[in-house]
Ligand binder design. Sequence first.
Ligand code: ATP
Length: 233
Amino acid sequence: MLKIENLSVHYGMIQAVRDVSFEVNEGEIVSLIGANGAGKTTILRTISGLIQPSKGTISFEGEAIQKRPPRKIVEKGISQVPEGRHVFPGLTVQENLEMGAYLRKEKDLASEYETVFQKFPILKERVKQDASTLSGGEQQMLAMGRALMSKPRLLLLDEPSMGLAPIFIKEIFTIIQEIQKQGTTVLLIEQNAKMALTIANRGYVLETGNVVLQGTGQELLASDEVKKAYLGG
Ligand code: ATP
């Protein structure tokens, strides 16, 4: 479904991603794990068209998308939930969800709200509340709901567990699995390697802009290198 080949990304003179190749097959959850600064966010932002790569190709269902603007990439069926949620303060929960649906037809919206509210009942309870007054976990749910409003076929999640209490982390990961079961493919970036690999079909480990290990979620969880570097021994 998504194929990244020899991707390099620079910020001026700084190279953040070095010759990275990986793929995501339809129906999978694929996790990218790695320490701070390994280049994970840069890869997601490049897939979404927010940064131009200096080298390499990104193809989605056989079509090269690396020169496409972000709007076209959303139209193709890829949505991103950014690190830190970035819900729109001053807008209600409903208005935030609406922002995620700007490419959808008006007549499809009612059923889309229902789908999102089924997954995140708390959002229905808070539908008129200013998004900035939601808790961190609720804001993460809103950011995920907003991305789902465009009915993506591939959902990109950047550190959904960051800063959340353990109970919310568990809930968010359960919801990610439900999203997969309902037919959306997921590319997940996480510092919480244990959770991310537990739910992943496959994973890749990034270090300073390079893919250094890959395997199924279970293989990576069992790997000595992963245990030592990311699972606390
Ligand atoms: P984190 O989990 O901390 O977000 P990450 O793996 O997502 O880390 P990136 O945010 O992709 O890593 O950063 C990769 C490298 O690129 C880092 O060395 C970072 O300092 C650098 N970098 C990121 N954004 C910029 C920018 N706008 N300008 C310059 N350098 C940047």
